[in-house]
Design a protein around this ligand. Structure first.
Ligand SMILES: *Cc1c(COP(=O)(O)O)cnc(C)c1O
Length: 375
């Protein structure tokens, strides 16, 4: 069976974990956490970064930081993972779901303004497959209406919009290092604070509502409970694992882009014959090769396609059921139709994608897809 995902280990992970263990500093915010923060702040010019135990946690921190209160409205795409909306629902927000573009799953900025009301507080964008949303258009709308922008950059490590790193454009951003992402630590994530107004408070929320970080830097002579917060920071063991991955980021990205290109070139002739659509990468966006997906003509064809690949020992998957139609949210949704979102929910399929996927395996997958289309 060719698996859908296989976590890639660079080889240094256990070495650094051993170092963390040996240093007898196991809780959070130690040497490896600081190395990871420095890596992102130096290489991507992020103002402030805080490792978290997941992207879900980083999104929850964002909701706390922007003071989401009961009844506030938050606009986001319906075609996303539940954590994007859960984080804000936990604070009492009403989620207003927006549609995707017709030709790609990212939110279509053209549909945003009609959704803004006096209660709207923030727009959350998701860079699906690591491909940038049109951030100039989104920031313009947000600035015009005095709204905050949170980037769900879970899939977007090392990807860019007009030369700017994703995660560095909105007021706040969240990354994931879950084992299905490009750079991993099992479970893991990171909050990025781009708007300096949130920098001090982000550390407090991260440290259970205390000013412990400032205390350890010698900025205050005692630390105590100063705000709400939670335990969002990962242990040094997780940070040590992550640092090994970061040191190999360039190599990981190179291999992933080569896999992506091989799929793309191999499947292009079938797309040209109309069997499915291939991913669209606008001129303003880079490709960080987070995933490779196809969009089949309809749900029935998508399901039989997945079944066919299964019979050939290839594990392809679909994902994101429209959140506006979910059992939890359908009664709370306005009833607005989101046809592009529904189409991706019905028709999108993700092909196996991981660092160690061999060229021969990719060629085998392309061959089986070709057979399926010609059957
Ligand atoms: C993976 C993912 C998340 C959740 O990340 P965790 O680290 O597992 O919490 C959130 N949003 C999107 C778009 C994702 O792809």
């Amino acid at each position: 069976m060719i698996n859908f995902n296989k976590p890639y280990l660079t080889g240094k992970e256990t070495h650094y974990i051993y170092q963390a263990v040996d240093s007898k500093k196991l809780s959070g915010n130690g040497m490896f956490t600081k190395k990871c923060h420095a890596y992102f702040e130096t290489n991507y010019n992020f103002h402030k970064t805080l490792l978290t135990t997941s992207c879900t946690d980083a999104l929850e921190m964002a909701a706390l930081l922007i003071d989401i209160e009961q009844g506030d409205e938050v606009i986001m795409p319906s075609y996303t993972f539940v954590s994007t909306s859960n984080a804000f629902v936990l604070r009492g927000a009403k989620i207003v779901f927006a549609d995707s573009y017709p030709d790609q799953p990212n939110v279509d900025p053209a549909c945003l303004e009609a959704l803004i009301t006096p209660k709207t507080k923030a727009i959350v964008v998701v860079h699906y497959a690591g491909v940038a949303c049109d951030m100039d258009a989104i920031m313009d709308i947000a600035n015009k209406h005095n709204l905050l922008v949170v980037e769900d950059a879970a899939q977007a490590v090392d990807s860019f919009y007009k030369g700017k790193p994703l995660g560095g454009i909105g007021h706040l951003s969240a990354f994931s290092f879950h084992e299905t992402k490009n750079i991993i630590s099992g479970e893991g994530g990171m909050l990025v604070v781009n708007d300096k107004r949130y920098a001090d408070r982000s550390e407090i929320i991260w440290e259970k509502g205390t000013n412990r970080s400032a205390f350890f830097r010698g900025e205050v002579d005692k630390y105590g409970w100063v705000d709400i917060g939670s335990s969002f920071l990962p242990s040094e063991i997780i940070a040590a694992f992550l640092f090994a991955q970061l040191e190999n980021l360039a190599d990981i990205q190179d291999r992933r882009r080569a896999i992506w290109d091989r799929y793309y070139n191999g499947l292009k002739p079938l797309a040209e014959k109309g069997h499915f659509d291939l991913p669209v990468i606008p001129d303003y966006a880079t490709n960080n090769a987070h995933m490779f997906y196809l969009v089949l003509p309809n749900l029935t064809k998508r399901q039989s396609f997945i079944k066919y690949l299964r019979s050939k020992e290839i594990h392809a998957v679909f994902h994101y059921l429209s959140l506006h139609k979910s059992p939890y949210y359908q009664d709370k949704h306005s009833g607005l139709e989101l046809p592009n979102c529904d189409r991706f929910a019905d028709c999108l399929v993700r092909l196996p994608f991981y660092y160690e996927l061999a060229d021969e395996q990719i060629d085998y997958i392309i061959e089986q897809i070709t057979n399926a289309c010609n059957a």
